[in-house]
Ligand binder design. Structure first.
Ligand code: ADP
Ligand code: MG
Length: 760
């Protein structure tokens, strides 16, 4: 059998031919790698760069493949399999590479990242979460170092200053939301030096189907608050100016913070108070403010949503490191965030994951399950798939589904199966569709004397440990879909375990066959034995969508088992329907987002022009009243051309950002209502486009008009223009979140689309 599989559909068919040359070069790569064996560590960076200076593209790839083979073996102790070299070439040629779970995609991604970097490109490797970003980058760092490529990982906890320098590395690992949030924050910079991410060049997406398809529509949001309470500002500003080590100290366990003697003196003289005498209340306030400043971090420990502090585990889909705060801290953090008087924050900018990815010049990625979304990848990203066969044949047995009448009978049957298999010490992994189902199953297992490890998407690093142990003798693990993704399940060396392998039980099919395959893929890695089986019930959400399913309720035996094969086919049918609906929703959402994305790009381009080359100033001057223009001419004579130009630029930037916030709010409102307004008449996205294009036509004229109003009132001094004095304040705080349930969520669309299809 050749290295490339026959393909299940059109996607990737071209990829096959495109890479056929590689087979002919295998021996050559092998021979070259023996030559590179004698390259010393010190010579490696130069040799690596030289590989990409060869004349033909094919020569470059062949030499790099040979060289990186040696580098991986020397630094990581893993000599890449031929399958991994195939994957590497696929990534370097901008494809989505399909390789099964456990085939070593981390190494493939790293070799490709280094390969791009050696060609002078800047690379982001997108992981599913912070834990994996950090793990993969530190795991692969010796390889990068030998090749002379600088790497870093970005996580939520990384402070802003380090974040900026981290992005200067050639290869940066990070989760899609962390990088996305930084792109949003970049949106409002006034100076180039403040940019975090800058240009988006190459992105290598791990678990590509999850990021590019499942999370594509998720909006990443940057919000801000402009309202500031004067009293809060005084304490906050004072504490803000204190320095760690000098003015205050943090205890080694990072649980307490206190003023030093020098710090206390400084506060006393700045505020003119006697902290340890008459003003102990002030001391308490200072201590709390210090705690809020030094030990509680925005977007790490809490979010600010609608002008209120929210612990991260709340409704926005992000997880809290810290579940509860000491008394009084909540108030101190509110003071730190100036939230007492601010009714609500505004959305300053937002962008979907899809838009983020579209901003890269080159997109590639890897996943175990790409073919099933081949059409979507082509439609939404113009990406092709290269299917790489496993390096050891896959021998896992995928058993036929077992269908039950009720959820209750299904859960009982699952428990019976686990009990039976567990008796011989076989490791069992049960994949559930929800936290509630996990807990119910774990409870039933406990009643039968089995203590299952339960995972439900809370803590990524803890999860990784548990899932890594899921292949041990006697292990029973109950997990929701995403939990532990990216972590390898190694089988115990125990003979009985090695001969049977891991049993994977799905407690119900997911709405996409890809997710089922991800779960099955937990067993049978790298040629291991293993089995997978799904239990479904007529009460599963998927089956309740198919009206015919109800007819089979009568056919269950005394355990609720339904033997009828036709009933089993319903599951496949329901899944195909759900997949079709999902693609339709994605297409629909993209139609809305596409226009917003375009308008956003236009605004950003204009902003760059204003910021860098003084664009818009001529138009602004022309739109001024004669007296205002006279005033500006006067300022030009008094303070010089540069001062006036900077002032005009500041006003334009401020007003442009303000208008964008307003326009976004308008679009969000429009979007929310559009389905209902157009129920029986126009197509929603056409109505949306028409109205939003009309609104956008006034965008720039509005910026000019409000800017000229500002100039009517303002005075330009030698220091420029004091916008804050005119009530024009940039947000005192910003925060980011993932809007899982915003107007941009698909729920309302799904519901309304269902109504529509019935109306027609
Ligand atoms: P994937 O992301 O494809 O599921 P991983 O990158 O997590 O797989 O790798 C799975 C396991 O295979 C890891 O334990 C890794 O160390 C091992 N591995 C990867 N490549 C090789 C190799 N060339 N030789 C030996 N072990 C390897
Ligand atoms: Mg992986």
């Amino acid at each position: 059998m050749g290295l490339f599989s026959r393909l299940l559909g059109r996607p990737g068919a071209q990829a096959d031919k495109k890479f056929a040359w590689l087979e002919k070069e295998r021996a050559h790569i092998e021979a070259l790698s023996r030559e590179y064996d004698s390259t010393t560590d010190a010579e490696f960076p130069a040799a690596a760069s030289a590989a990409f200076e060869r004349d033909s593209r094919r020569e470059q790839l062949v030499h790099y493949a040979a060289l990186v083979t040696v580098a991986a073996e020397r630094t990581l102790g893993e000599r890449p399999f031929t399958t991994q070299i195939t994957g590497l070439i696929g990534l370097l040629e901008g494809q989505i590479v399909q390789m099964l779970t456990g085939e070593g995609k981390t190494l493939v991604g790293a070799m490709a990242a280094a390969g791009y970097a050696l060609q002078g490109r800047r690379v982001h490797v997108v992981s599913v979460n912070d834990y994996l970003a950090e793990r993969d980058e530190s795991w692969m760092r010796p390889l990068f170092e030998l090749l002379g490529v600088a790497s870093a990982a970005i996580t939520e906890a990384l402070p802003d200053a380090e974040r900026r320098t981290s992005y200067d590395n050639e290869v940066v690992y990070g989760s899609v939301q962390e990088i996305g949030f930084d792109v949003l924050r970049d949106r409002f910079v006034l100076e180039d030096s403040a940019l975090r991410v800058g240009e988006r060049d190459v992105v290598i997406v791990d678990e590509a189907d999850s990021v590019l398809i499942d999370e594509a529509r998720v909006p990443l949001v940057l919000a801000g608050s402009t309202t500031v309470e004067a009293a809060d500002e005084q304490i906050a500003a004072l504490v803000e100016g204190l320095d760690e080590g000098q003015d205050y100290e943090i205890s080694p366990d990072r649980k307490a913070v206190s003023l030093t003697d020098a710090g206390a003196d400084r506060v006393e003289s700045l505020m003119d108070v006697d902290l340890f005498g008459a003003d102990t209340a002030t001391l308490a306030a200072i201590n709390l403010a210090l705690y809020a400043k030094a030990l509680v971090t925005r977007d790490v420990d809490y979010l600010v949503v609608d002008g209120r502090i929210k612990l991260i585990s709340d409704s926005r889909g992000r997880v809290a490191a810290l579940q509860r705060w000491p008394d009084g801290l909540q108030a101190a953090v509110e003071a730190k965030e100036h939230l007492e008087t601010s009714a609500s924050g505004e959305i300053m900018d937002q962008m979907t994951v899809e838009e983020l990815i579209h901003g890269y010049r080159t997109v590639c990625g890897m996943t175990g399950t790409a073919v099933a979304v081949g059409d979507d990848l082509r439609e939404f990203y113009e990406l092709e798939i290269l299917v790489v066969e496993p390096h050891e044949p896959m021998i896992r047995q995928d058993l036929a589904d077992r269908l039950y009448t009720y959820q209750e009978s299904k859960e009982r049957a699952i428990v019976e199966e686990v009990v039976e298999q567990h008796a011989g010490g076989r490791p069992v992994l049960v994949g559930t569709r929800s936290v509630a189902e996990s807990e119910s199953l774990a409870g039933r297992l406990r009643d039968r004397g089995i203590d299952a490890a339960v995972l439900n998407a809370k803590d990524d690093s803890h999860e990784a440990q548990v899932i890594a142990a899921a292949g041990r003798r006697g292990a029973v693990t109950v997990s929701t879909q995403m939990a532990g993704r990216g972590t390898d399940i190694l089988l115990d060396e125990d003979d009985a375990v090695r001969s049977q392998g891991l049993l994977v039980i799905g407690a119900g099919r997911y709405t996409s066959s890809r997710l089922d395959d991800q779960l099955r893929g937990r067993a049978g890695r790298q040629g291991d034995p293993g089995e997978s089986v799904f239990f479904t019930s007529l009460e599963d959400e998927l089956l309740t969508r198919v009206p015919e399913a109800a007819r089979f309720k009568e056919e269950g035996d005394e355990t609720g088992f339904i033997a009828n094969r036709r009933a089993a086919q319903l599951v496949e049918h329901a899944q195909r329907m759900a997949e079709g609906e999902n693609t339709a929703n994605h297409r629909d959402t993209w139609k809305f987002n596409e226009l917003m994305a375009k308008q956003r790009q236009l605004v950003l381009a204009r902003r760059e022009g204003i910021r860098k080359s003084g664009a818009g100033q001529g138009e602004l001057l022309e739109s001024l009243k004669p007296e205002t223009r006279g005033k500006i001419d006067g300022a030009r004579r008094d303070h010089g051309e540069e001062v006036v130009e900077a002032a005009l630029r500041d006003v334009l930037l401020f007003e442009l950002d303000e208008r964008w916030v307003e326009h976004l709010a308008y679009l969000n409102d429009l979007r929310e209502g559009i389905h209902l307004r157009t129920l029986a008449h126009e197509r929603p996205h056409e109505a949306f486009n028409k109205e939003s294009i009309a609104a956008f036509a006034g965008f720039w004229p509005d910026v000019l008009e409000t800017s000229s109003q500002v100039l009517d009132d303002a005075t330009i001094t030698a220091e420029g223009i004091d916008l804050a004095a005119h009530g024009l304040k940039r947000p005192s705080s910003t925060w980011t979140y993932i809007a899982a349930d915003s107007a941009f969520g698909s729920d309302i669309e799904t519901v309304v689309n269902r109504i529509r299809s019935k109306v027609k």
